[in-house]
Design a binder for this molecule. Structure first.
Ligand SMILES: O=C(CO)[C@H](O)[C@H](O)COP(=O)(O)O
Ligand SMILES: [Fe+2]
Length: 221
């Protein structure tokens, strides 16, 4: 199975987000964290900024929506050209319908779980998803410490996917770095978001290569 490195531009220079994408253009995706100051206690950017970044055509974008009412807002992120749209299960009223809407607008659909959310909530619509995002920090801020206690959740979801022969990716997001990526890969993750580890490195593009090398060696399904 292919592994994917998706740099999060959350802690890049907010006045130069286009340049941040160019700095990691060797990655597979760019991860764009949308926060509304309601679902999480932080505010980033919204649809017009994300649309402008899509139009730079540097990398496919993965929008991680940490917002209330994704049922209303998520399809628009697909419509402006995000390659993948991730909503939080906890905020969503009708996940089955939302997944259909995201697909109808041409994007891959993913559901995210906060650290305290039992993965069993995904069971009713798991097979319709393209990806599951297991948060490895409390959503809201970059630069937090990776929570190793989330690895059993990754393992559990990977076992369900294997048992049901489902080709669904598992993304981990929060505190991922060269120190823990191998563990996450061995637990069953195959899409790795890293913000501070990449943008605080002297050379973000070479850090992408380092993380990709670790992923290729340890992704194991
Ligand atoms: O969703 C997020 C926070 O809610 C970010 O994607 C994530 O935290 C990336 O930054 P870092 O690698 O610094 O943790
Ligand atoms: Fe994120």
């Amino acid at each position: 199975m292919m592994s994917t490195i998706s740099p999060s531009i959350l802690n890049a220079d907010a006045a130069n987000l286009g340049a941040a994408l160019v700095a990691v253009s060797n990655a597979d995706f760019a991860h764009v964290d949308v926060m509304d100051n309601h679902f999480v206690p932080n505010l980033t950017w919204g649809l017009p900024v994300v649309e402008a970044l899509v139009n730079r055509n540097v990398l496919p974008l993965d929008a991680h929506l940490m917002i209330e009412d994704p049922d209303r807002w998520a399809p628009a992120y697909a419509e402006v050209g995000c390659a993948s749209v991730t909503f939080h299960h906890e905020a969503c009223r009708d996940p089955k319908k939302l997944v259909k809407e995201i697909h109808r607008h041409g994007a891959l659909a993913a559901a995210a779980l906060k650290p305290g959310t039992d993965p069993k909530v995904l069971k009713p619509y798991l097979s319709e998803l393209d990806m599951v995002l297991v948060m490895t920090v409390e959503p809201g801020f970059g630069g937090q410490a990776f929570m190793p206690q989330m690895l059993p959740k990754v393992q559990e979801i990977r076992q369900w996917l294997k048992a049901e022969n489902l080709e669904i990716r598992i993304q981990v997001d929060g505190g991922i770095s060269r120190a823990n990526l191998a563990q996450a890969a061995e637990a069953g993750a195959d899409v790795f978001v890293a913000g501070s580890a990449i943008f605080r490195a002297n050379n973000p593009a070479s850090e992408v290569e380092v993380l990709r090398g670790i992923a290729q060696e340890h992704v194991c399904h």
